[in-house]
Ligand binder design. Structure first.
Ligand code: CUA
Length: 295
């Protein structure tokens, strides 16, 4: 299959071309009439009246109806194509919208905000929401679809080339709606398999940082597989260090930013459901280094 964005682009070109032809025909007729019946050329007489001309009225009702019917048929074809029902998906990923981050599930493997997919593979997202209505949209890879609590919607993605594709929540979902960025990493099947295998591993045991994490309020909301932390309200942090950003795109992910984020998330994402984590400076240093080491 071709990427849905290409199918939509092709349809837009065809509809644009039809609209351009109609525009040229109508404006051409107008310019011709103005020129033909201009007052300085009284010899042309007055234009003929068309009142009650049944044939003409049928024609200018039927012609637009025909144009609309053609566009409608083309649109149905494109919708069927980008829906992808005729192509079996090579991968299914569960995507859950949260205020204000994304959860992605590959079977039992959970991650957040950064979706990895193999190139040249039809990927079906199973979309739902944990709270309010969100909308998933990565324009270069597929259509836009709402994520509704209690319902699962399906959205087909397809990437032709490896790379990073940016997306954004597209349904107003609260104060941090603008900071629900989606980062899609499309990569070769081999790279994707390596990534998924690494994500499936539990976190390595890591001394002091892990002890601080498990003793702090972090564990109420976050899980790190391989430890006793099993919170589900916030993003799974088992491999948080492997992700490029923090807070669904608010900050780049490194030790300094991780420390600043954990110390005061509200400074970077006001309204985010994560509270400040009350720790000493030394504990924050150790905790931030631990979290970023979870690759
Ligand atoms: Cu989620 Cu807007």
């Amino acid at each position: 299959m071709r990427p849905p964005a290409e199918a939509i682009g092709a349809l837009a070109l065809i509809v644009g071309a039809i609209a351009l032809l109609i525009f040229l025909a109508v404006e051409g007729a107008l310019v011709y009439a103005v020129w033909r019946y201009r007052s300085s050329r009284s010899s042309a007489g007055k234009p003929a009246g068309f009142e009650g001309n049944r044939r003409l009225e049928i024609a200018w009702t039927a012609a637009p109806a025909l144009v609309l019917a053609v566009v409608f048929a083309l649109m149905l074809g494109t919708m069927a194509e980008i829906g992808g029902a005729s192509v079996e998906p090579g991968l299914r990923v569960r995507a859950v919208g949260h205020q204000w981050w994304w959860e992605f599930g590959y079977g039992a493997v959970l991650t957040a905000n950064e979706l990895h997919i193999p190139v040249d593979t039809a990927v079906d997202l199973e979309l739902t929401s944990a709270d309010v209505i969100h909308s998933f949209w990565v324009p270069e890879l597929g259509g836009k679809r709402d994520m509704l609590p209690g319902t699962t919607n399906r959205l087909r993605l397809f990437a032709r080339r490896a790379g990073v594709y940016e997306g954004q929540c597209s349904e107003f979902c609260g104060v941090e709606h603008a900071w629900m960025r989606i980062r899609v990493v499309a990569e070769s099947q081999a790279d994707f398999d390596r990534w998924l295998a690494a994500q499936g591993q539990p976190a390595a045991t890591r001394g002091d940082g892990e002890r601080i994490f498990l003793a702090a309020i972090c564990v109420n909301c976050h899980a790190v597989r391989g430890t006793s932390a099993a919170g589900t309200a916030g993003p799974d942090l088992t491999h948080v260090g492997a992700r490029a950003t923090l807070g669904a795109g608010v900050l780049p992910n490194d030790v300094a930013r991780m420390r600043a984020w954990v110390a005061d998330p509200q400074q970077y994402k006001p309204g985010a459901l994560m509270p400040r984590v009350p720790l000493s400076d030394a504990e924050l240093d150790t905790l931030a280094a631990y979290l970023v080491s979870l690759k």
